[in-house]
Write a protein that binds this ligand. Sequence first.
Ligand SMILES: Nc1ncnc2c1ncn2[C@@H]1O[C@H](COP(=O)(O)OP(=O)(O)O)[C@@H](O)[C@H]1O
Ligand SMILES: [Mg+2]
Length: 230
Amino acid sequence: MLEVKQLTAGYGRTQVLWEMDLTVGKNEIVALVGPNGAGKSTLLRAITGMIPVRSGSVTFDGQVIQGQSIEEIVTRGIAHVPEGRRLFPGLTVRENLQLGAWRTRDTNIDHVVELFPRLGERLDQVAGSMSGGEQQQCAIARGLMSKPTLIIIDELSLGLAPVVVDEIIQRLPGIAESGTSILMVDQDVDAALTIASTAYVLEAGHLVLSGKAADLLADPRVQESYLGVG
Ligand SMILES: Nc1ncnc2c1ncn2[C@@H]1O[C@H](COP(=O)(O)OP(=O)(O)O)[C@@H](O)[C@H]1O
Ligand SMILES: [Mg+2]
């Protein structure tokens, strides 16, 4: 479905990513993990057209998408929930959700409220006054409003209490099964590898490990570097 091949990208004259290969299949949850500054957000930005792809290719549903505008890429069915959520803090939850529907113009919010019932209780509250976890739910729900076939979530659990993270993470398999594949970046490597089927480990702009998430979770290198084991 999403296929990244030998992608390189960076900012100005600085190259940040080298020869990235990554695939996300239909109904799949894929995790991208690695230390701060490894290039995870940069890879997500290159996929969604926020920064140019220098070489290599990005295809989605068999179509080359690199070089297209962010709007074109969203229209093809990819939603991006950026790090920091980027909600409109002064707008209500309902307004934030409805803004997510600019692609489909279908502003019915029932399907996302069903997924995140807590949002349903707060539709008239301004987004900026909610807790971090509620804001993250709102940001994911806004991304889902465009009925994407792939949602990309950067730093899913950053700054959130573990119990809130669990609440969000447990929704992900249902989202994937209902037709929206997920590519997620998370500092909480344990949670990410537990929920994902496939995972990639990125260090200093290079992919150093990839495979079944369960295998990576059991890999001594991952346990030592990311899970505080050993
Ligand atoms: N807008 C930017 N302009 C220039 N360099 C950037 C920018 N954003 C990130 N970088 C650099 O790119 C590298 C990778 O950053 P990033 O993709 O944010 O890593 P991660 O998301 O894995 O923490 C870092 O060295 C960072 O300083
Ligand atoms: Mg980042």
